[in-house]
Design a protein around this ligand. Structure first.
Ligand code: BEZ
Length: 181
């Protein structure tokens, strides 16, 4: 079942704070769904895990590269969410040199579960994770979902196509062309 609005959730993020001395100048900062989604038109993409090959080689870096093209289509922010904690998401963003895409830690999987996208990945020793999907979200309302085929627990494959940035850009441009026609 796909939600029509994003669920109200509180995310536990870790942010840099220069007033903290020592080798680890970060503190917890709670961010809500409203903080991320209110008053903006955004792309959210969700994937099975930080540091995994398709996500690290294609999906995250390609969204970063195409960020300007999404802005030109009226997108204010692009968010990447995963059922991983804030330490892992921050380390992944740093390792990938990401500075445009914002990473959201859904460590407990609450947002993903309420989106109807939580799946078992026990076959890989991952536990509960997100099915791969993306969405166009306007002021918290889900305009369009791009869900990879074969939604299932313990899927043996990792389909990737529908939620690619290239596919979403094509859909945004087609919608714009048909609205103008
Ligand atoms: C991948 O991104 O390639 C991947 C994701 C989940 C499990 C294994 C691989």
């Amino acid at each position: 079942m796909i939600a029509r609005n994003v669920p109200d959730v509180t995310f536990r993020t870790r942010v840099r704070d220069e007033s903290i001395e020592g080798p680890n100048p970060f503190r917890w900062e709670d961010k809500t769904s409203a903080d991320y989604f209110s008053g903006k038109r955004v792309i959210l993409f969700s994937l099975p895990g930080a540091f995994t090959p398709t996500c690290s080689t294609y999906q995250l870096p390609d969204f970063e590269k195409l960020y300007g093209e999404f802005q030109a289509e009226g997108i204010d922010e692009i968010y990447c969410i995963s059922v991983n904690d804030a330490f892992v998401m921050n380390a992944w963003g740093k390792a990938q040199g990401i500075d445009k895409i914002k990473l959201i830690p859904d460590g407990s999987g609450e947002f993903t579960r309420k989106m109807g996208m939580l799946v078992r990945k026990d076959n890989l020793g991952f536990g509960l994770r997100s099915w791969r999907y993306a969405a166009v979200i306007n002021n918290g309302a889900i305009e369009k979902m791009f869900v990879e085929e074969g939604f299932s627990d313990n899927c043996e494959t990792d389909p990737y196509g529908a939620s690619s940035p290239q596919n979403i850009l094509e859909a945004l441009r087609a919608d714009k062309d048909s609205a103008a026609a």
